[in-house]
Design a protein around this ligand. Sequence first.
Ligand code: NDP
Ligand code: DGY
Length: 317
Amino acid sequence: RYSLASLLHLKVSPVTFSCNLSVWDSDEPVPRAELLKGVAGAHGLLCLLSDKIDAEVLDAAGPNLKVISTLSVGFDHLAIDEIKKRGIRVGYTPDVLTDATAELTVALLLTTCRRLPEGVEEVKNGGWSTWKPLWLCSYGLSGSTVGVIGLGRIGLAIARRLKPFGVKRLLYTGRQPKPQAQEVDGEYVPLDTLVRESDFVVVSCSLTPDTQGLCDKTFFSKMKKTSVFINTSRGAVVNQEDLFGALSSGQIAAAGLDVTTPEPLPTDHPLLSLKNCVVLPHIGSATYSTRGVMSELTANNLLAGLTGSEMPSELKL
Ligand code: NDP
Ligand code: DGY
């Protein structure tokens, strides 16, 4: 359902103005053809991470378009070079989802390393016969080395939450050392060292040409056989065929993914056949309050862009 041109009155202090609002009134992604049609002549575009905003969409929008506001902190779905070339401003949602995403990452890590889905399944299917000394044993955080790839807002928030579990060493990698790493006694190391020495590898970097496919066969071959891999950044950072190989051959112990390629992951995907792989449907920021604040921020970014004023969270292009 695409309700074009319903009229919304927007109050922007100190002036009140109105604008035509076209809404894709569904939780399902707007079909590409509808987006291309609906965006024509728009001054602003509010989009989701599932909407690929490339030259084709920008051309379809035409020269009126002056602001794009995305309901996400990740902006790999936006063709930034094209957007910049056209002088369009971009709003996004950093910070407000950091806590929720870090919390989900810790939950996924514990779920994966302590084999919770397998345990729950065994209770339901009658596999739980009695208490057995080595049954469903796994790897814990206490005394471990954790490696964080991308100690940004979310990476640091993950590290802060993991430290109290008794993590012994916190390694991180990125484009440069971070002063804020001191707070978690973070050691800046080359990627190779992080991968070889970590018991838990947590990916929380942004998806860029440099990080696309970063976690591949070579990467997994350097990990310890007892180590656990967690990704809550973007699916494309991982080569999933190589991950499947590493998990099914016992090259690594387990993996937890909140993000995949594609999304949704087809239900017959090989990764879903593995007991040592936990896959979640991209729910890092999915708490009611976080999604509420994200929505408000996204709307306010859009309004500020439309009125030519300062955005609460503008992406510096
Ligand atoms: P930040 O920009 O604060 O952090 C991104 C980090 O990625 C930075 O520390 C950056 O390091 C690092 N990075 C960039 N390039 C590389 C590289 N080549 N190698 C290693 N690290 C690199 O963003 P946020 O922490 O707010 O968000 C991070 C990402 O998390 C988002 O881009 C999004 O994709 C994902 N996300 C996923 C969610 C989910 O639901 N699963 C929810 C929210 C976000 P440096 O500063 O050194 O460049
Ligand atoms: C983002 O914001 O980039 C997440 O993937 C969804 O909240």
